[in-house]
Design a protein around this ligand. Structure first.
Ligand code: EAX
Length: 330
């Protein structure tokens, strides 16, 4: 075969290859993903999983850019950003979500969930899906339940072993009316605040304490500004991975299914991290100088009983039957 012909063949093959490459390289969409805490904490490990898998799972059509550490604002602000379309993906605790989707507030009732297995089974089942579906009418696409964890009480003033010990303490709560009612019922002065302001407020003594899962307390180094930890486990804090309808509605059916699958798979990774943080974190907090008070079952029940008057309000708000359906779920 003469040289000219060979060169012509090579040219043809190169052009064809380029054509295929360009044809398959649809414009790639980059999704901005905001969440709190660092990449090693429970939301971060889930978000990294979604980032590392979305390109392959969508044939290169989507890429995720991560914004950890509340870089895009507090959880309420990020949720609003998803509604407005300025943020594409958010993982947030359920705390502030109730201000947008009131149906999620039932999951924030203290002592509603027995343990992690109970909470995950309810949220991943029909009851949980029905709540996620309520997001759409409120301008949010809630892809999956993730997890923040059981919350415990910290303060800088004194050991809290019983509800009476907490009386009069100024405790930061999330911007969540159910949490505020519960704490007010035991004589605490609830101060709602976005999480990025919490460390400073504790440092300045604007509030005496706060309540959060172990993974939040350790990853945010709250042990530097809190002396006492009481393992109340007073409520299970779900998290939600949600999406902006502006981004979601542009997706093909196949890519919508992919992003929902990825959010569920990421939640499983986050849940494992929550358990790991809890298993390792309490000892770490002791080593960092916190006085850790473990409660007996009776002592925990005392907190539940002290919050009982709030249950009348919760029953009126959510319906006793709905509360029982969750509480009694296996
Ligand atoms: O989602 O605000 C809170 O206390 C949350 O637990 C924290 O932002 C992690």
């Amino acid at each position: 075969m003469n040289q000219t012909f060979k060169a012509a063949i090579k040219g043809l093959v190169a052009t064809a290859g380029l054509g295929i490459a360009l044809g398959s390289a649809q414009a790639q969409t980059v999704l901005k993903f905001g969440f709190g805490l660092n990449l090693q904490a429970h939301y971060g490990v889930g978000a990294v999983y979604m980032r590392d898998n979305i390109e392959q799972r969508t044939g290169g059509r989507y890429k995720i850019e991560l914004f950890p550490n509340f870089a895009l604002g507090g959880e309420r602000e990020m949720t609003e950003g998803a509604q407005l379309g300025t943020i594409d993906l958010v993982t947030t605790s359920s705390g502030p979500v109730g201000n947008f989707v009131p149906d999620t507030l039932i999951t924030d009732i203290p002592f509603l969930f027995r343990d992690y297995a109970h909470a995950r089974s309810v949220l991943d089942g029909k009851i949980g899906q029905a709540i996620l579906d309520k997001c759409t009418a409120k301008g949010l696409i809630c892809l999956a339940w993730s997890e923040n964890g059981f919350r415990h009480l910290t303060n800088s003033k004194r050991e809290v072993a019983a509800p009476a010990d907490a009386k009069g303490l100024k405790i930061r709560t999330m911007e969540n009316p159910v949490h505020m009612t519960a704490f007010r019922t035991i004589g605490v002065l609830p101060t709602p605040m976005a999480f990025p302001e919490v460390f400073g407020a504790l440092q300045q003594g604007t509030v005496d304490g706060q309540e959060n899962p172990i993974g939040v307390i350790t990853s945010s180094k709250l042990f530097q500004v809190q002396k006492h930890l009481t393992l109340t486990g007073h409520l299970y804090s779900p998290a939600v991975t949600l999406m902006s309808p502006a981004a979601y509605n542009k997706m093909s059916e196949a890519d919508r299914k992919t992003i929902r699958d990825l959010a569920r798979e990421a939640a499983a990774i986050s849940r494992k991290r929550v358990e790991q943080q809890e298993a390792e974190g309490i000892e770490m907090l002791r080593k960092e100088g916190m006085q850790v008070k473990t409660l007996s079952t009776d002592e925990k029940v005392a907190f539940q009983k002290a919050m009982a008057p709030a249950y009348k309000e919760f029953a009126a708000k959510f319906g006793q039957a709905n509360i029982d359906a969750i509480r009694d779920a296996k």
